[in-house]
Design a protein around this ligand. Sequence first.
Ligand code: ASP
Length: 324
Amino acid sequence: MKPTISVGALGGTICMSAKNSGGGVKPSFSAEQLLEAVPKLSNLANFRAKTLFALASGSLKVENLIEVYHWAKKEVENGADGVVITQGTDSLEESAFLLNLLWDEQKPLVITGAMRNPDQISSDGAGNIYASVLTALDKNSHNRGVLVVFNNTIHSARWVHKSNTFALETFVSINAGIQGVIAEDEVKYINLASKRVIFKAPSGVLPKVSIVTSYMGECGCELKLLEDAKFNGVVVASFGAGHVSIDSMKVIESLKFPVVISSRTGSGVIAKKTYGYYGSEITLQESGCIMSGWLNPLQSRLLLIVLLANGKSKAEILETFDKI
Ligand code: ASP
């Protein structure tokens, strides 16, 4: 008997066309239509397809992805051997990272999309769906959490990052390297599964957490505004290895909500014990800040939302950012 793969479509370039509307591509194709565009798939598995959202990925919300988690989990409970999600690439790394914090199944959850829409020559959507299904069907994909399959390359949700506005090879696994590749219709892993910590899926109203980027001449005013606007936490995409200006440091010392210090550089681990000047990582920690370790600002924000939504204490939040 053929295995079953469930495919959930959320929108994105992979399903966008200008044929019906003109004036630029917009979400147009359903999950079923995306599968119909890859006839070869029917030899591999039986499919259950569902259009969950038809959005550009910049409009997806954390709440939407929690819905996707529950849908995917139900699919597995109802016998699916793996799940493939299609979505826009703009926020794909955030969806993947968030779902990876929640995905408590051994079976694979694979996310893909496209850089070229179906109206374009050499659009990559069909090939990415095909490679994602191969990955979802492969037993070696079990216990690897959420995977991103793009351009015949397999990334862990823990490290994947969109690095380019138009390139087909936009997704890279900063710091850690890729998990594997798809070659000659086969899934070939070259790295061990990434370490994971799994949390209960949040429900109800989610905590409001923003990201503020450090910049030359920053005054910390945005941080103050967030507190006034009743945000529940902030991630600072700080200078270098975890540094802010003297003015921002003064504001941070006065903030009552959790402040996570990540880096605006795009790669590398955050410092903990090198610099001692006012505004450095040592003084930020002394004022109660949480250092993000290897997590970039987008990942740090999602982790902080999940931790706050699960009612974790400051000590537990610090411990989690330390070990993840
Ligand atoms: N703007 C699109 C989106 O994220 C880009 C894409 O799908 O690649 O929905």
